[in-house]
Design a protein around this ligand. Sequence first.
Ligand code: HSE
Length: 464
Amino acid sequence: MSVRVALLGCGTVGTEVVRLLEDQAGDLAARVGAPIELAGVAVRRPGRHPGVRQELLTTDPAALVARDDVDVVVEVVGGIEPARSLLLQAIKSGKSVVTANKALLAEDGATLAEAADAAGVDLYYEASVAGAIPLLRPLRESLAGDRITRVAGIVNGTTNFILSAMATSGAGYAEALEEATRLGYAEADPTADVDGYDAASKAAILATIAFHTRVTAADVHCEGIRTVTAADIAAAEGLGCAIKLLAICERVPGAGRGTAAGGAGGVGELGAPESVSARVYPAMIPLSHPLASVGEAFNAVFVEADAAGQLMFYGQGAGGAPTASAVLGDLVAVARNRVGGGRGPRESAYASLPVRPIGDVLTRYHVSLEVADRTGVLSAVAGEFARRGVSIAAVRQTGGEADGEQSAREQQGARLVVVTHGAPDSALAATVEALAGLDVVRGVESVLRVEGLGRPVSTLGVAG
Ligand code: HSE
């Protein structure tokens, strides 16, 4: 008996999958208890794959999936269609599926999971989030007896490279993006990465597994890094913080469960049911947090669970060989299940918790304003925060000369930086909008969220 594999796609990841399957054939067979054999590889242009035996190549993925001698379909093409139809076709004909397709899983993972359950086959997708880092299986299996309260991390290497380059060299966003493109970290069209969509798909997958609740990409609030400036990075450093694009998945306790450990979204109002929040945005985090020192294109995910406490997962989140490592791990697991006659864990979405809109989530803001430097400005600014019930944690003014002439001071203006305590995001956003309309505010220079990620306020370098 052997386990026969159809590979859909043979780009950067697929090529490495083929190489590993061939290079390690003997070891893989010993680990599985049967050889894993490639039955075919579906590609668009057969002439472009010198590393694959020509007789394996086909341009007809549907026919490959339909073959009776295929046991497992591995999909590394990406995108919604035709990947979804091909995988559903595979599942319905009794084939197990291994996929790295985060966009498909985040948009319609439920359809695939239901089909896999109905057909009694496996659906594995470790490579869809954070490349080589073993993360989904630890969440799904190792922590299955625990109660996960937060999964927060850096799950997009391109943006982490750009933000790290900005912090290291003082470069602006455009310059750092150019460097990322030149070095091959950013694609020619970087939209999915820099606007946060890639991270949002991964957040949806993580939240679904961590909270036993179906969360789709549409449920994830998403902001990218295009608006982050060199001045923002410098301001963050001044506060003892780094700026990272974070994917944050949090359990928000209902009334009577107290607060999540330091969680921004952790306060349940009276009578509210337990819920979850999933969001992606650039945020300031304390330099003392392990995520702050994750540089270059690396990924890292911080997991908090009631009994396990804090866990950190770190490694390469992209690239051919690292992603192929995760694909092969899944393939071995699925092959073992086939040989042993069992199945891996099914989808677990029993909790069906509601997903909170971003406006209801407690966040903290760092707001930088250009203001006129005259009597009453601070009070006008503070009044807008107070009117919406937003508590200020720290205020810092720079630029105004303490002993200058009043007319000169008024002309020159000053910069006011306000850091808030936690408040509903909608109240913070409304406050910023109101500030922008004040006569005394010449401009809102930047607005960034501040995430303690379980660290107390005092570690952010501002008075609590
Ligand atoms: N484009 C992703 C990143 C890798 O930059 O991390 C694939 O998920």
